[in-house]
Design a protein around this ligand. Structure first.
Ligand SMILES: Nc1ncnc2c1ncn2[C@@H]1O[C@H](COP(=O)(O)OP(=O)(O)OP(=O)(O)O)[C@@H](O)[C@H]1O
Length: 258
């Protein structure tokens, strides 16, 4: 791990009188897996939405890979190298695995009229390369799934849909991957398998940094290097899983201790 890939200072988001995210400082080393945890409504998804340009910053700033991204739109954030998944699965179910992954690849395909009408050979080559890449990505997760690239996503179980969503994010070659509760809607065993996959992805893709929002503490303990705990939009603890799990304020806020 080397210098910070992400450096957030005082990030705040208000919705009317509600402070959903309150002066959050967050520094993340390149190549790390950071867990973002906290009770329901503590501001975790709001942080992802602010960072990815869905909501503006009410206050504070974020630097990503040395660039100030505070005022970036979602498209600019994506182009800068941050990709995400969503808490609720967002797949186009009638479309194939490959088509769903290609939705995440638009910054690397030429959508211009010239390319589509006249430069067909070049376009075909770009598609073939994209197919190879998508196929290799899916193979990291599950080799049998990679042999079903042209089947509609509707026929696959939740774990495969999650895998496809993560591949859709990874196809754009992000430097930072944001995972919003990837275990949602899955069984314990599926969650364990998906976490194996995520660790495999981190080993294979050099310097990929990951922030994961997760309610399953077993997942956080197993895959994160560090954690940040939010409560009512404020950071109440930061450290390794063991550090934060032993923190009195965290136990009271999150784990329900007296
Ligand atoms: N667009 C919005 N308009 C108004 N309030 C919002 C909006 N988005 C989020 N909030 C509020 O901000 C607070 C933080 O919500 P957020 O979704 O970030 O929490 P969370 O920690 O991700 O929760 P969960 O674990 O349940 O997903 C909540 O009180 C929520 O109701």
């Amino acid at each position: 791990m080397s210098e910070a890939i992400l450096d957030c200072k005082g990030v705040t988001r208000r919705f009317g009188g509600l402070v959903a995210l309150d002066t959050l400082d967050l520094q993340m080393p390149r190549g790390a897996i950071l867990g973002l945890i906290g009770p329901n409504g503590s501001g975790k998804t709001t942080f992802f939405n602010v960072l990815t340009g869905i909501y503006g910053f009410s206050d504070g700033a974020a630097a990503f890979d040395g660039r100030d991204i505070t005022a970036y739109s979602s498209q600019e954030v994506y182009r800068a190298g941050i990709a995400r998944t969503f808490q609720r699965s967002r797949m186009c179910l009638p479309l194939s695995v490959f088509d769903n992954i290609m939705v995440g690849n638009h910054k690397r395909l030429d959508h211009g009229l010239w390319a589509n009408v006249f430069a067909r050979k070049k376009l075909r080559k770009a598609f073939e390369e994209s197919y190879e890449e998508a196929h290799e990505l899916v193979k990291i997760f599950d080799p049998p799934l990679a042999e079903r690239m042209f089947e509609p996503v509707a026929g696959f179980p939740m774990i495969d849909r999650r895998r496809i969503e993560i591949c859709r994010a990874l196809i754009s070659h992000p430097k930072l991957l944001l995972l919003d509760e990837p275990s949602a809607g899955m069984t314990h065993e599926e969650t364990r398998q998906l976490m194996d996959d995520i660790l495999e992805v981190r080993d294979r893709i050099k310097d990929l940094s990951i922030i994961i929002i997760e309610h399953e503490m077993g997942v956080i303990e197993r895959i994160t290097d560090r954690c940040i705990v939010l409560n009512f939009g404020r950071k109440i603890a930061e450290g390794t899983y063991q550090d934060v799990a032993n923190d009195r304020e965290v136990q009271e806020a999150y784990l329900g201790a007296e």
